[in-house]
Design a protein around this ligand. Structure first.
Ligand code: CO
Length: 165
């Protein structure tokens, strides 16, 4: 395992479309392990896409600290999106920045694991948000493209919802 350097906003590679993974080999396994190590360093991130370490492949790793632990997604497709919520996001590639982004409340996603086997997952809450954020990276989209200014009413509503949970 090795740390990889994080690509920072401004580098044009972050705006490119990542290509599907075709080979499920030891090189892919090494990349996935390195991505996780880079994400976990100093507890900085809950998700990382391959393009953020300079590899234009449709791969991301997430760990939002719930019972699912670390999840690896290769060639993912989001099959269903339901509901709407706002979450204050940040990104390893956009240091010092954050902002509210509208995301679905629940999603159903299909992807391959590191052995090339397909799996399906239903996710809600932070995991759904994180998967959508990482999925955007595969198409060259950053959260800063989607940041919305919430009204004071919307912010108060969000705070009330968070207190309920
Ligand atoms: Co990001």
């Amino acid at each position: 395992m090795a740390l990889r350097e994080i690509v920072i906003d401004g580098d044009p590679i972050l705006r490119k479309i990542s290509r599907p993974v075709e080979k499920f080999d030891s090189k892919l396994a090494d990349l996935l392990d390195d991505m996780a190590e880079t994400m976990y360093l100093d507890n900085r991130g809950i998700g990382i896409a391959a393009v953020q370490v300079g590899i234009l492949r449709r791969i991301f790793v997430v760990d939002v600290g719930d019972e699912n632990g670390k999840l690896e997604f290769i060639n993912p497709e989001i099959l269903e999106r339901e509901g709407s919520t706002f979450y204050l996001e940040g990104c390893l590639s956009c240091p010092g920045k954050n902002g509210y982004v509208e995301r679905p409340e629940r999603i159903r996603v299909r992807a391959q694991n590191r052995n090339g086997e397909w799996f399906e997952l239903e996710a809600d809450g932070l995991l759904a948000i994180c998967i959508c954020h990482e999925y955007d990276h595969l198409d060259g989209i950053l959260f800063i493209d989607k940041v919305v200014e919430l009204t004071e009413e919307q912010l108060a509503e969000l705070e009330a919802e968070e207190e309920e949970e």
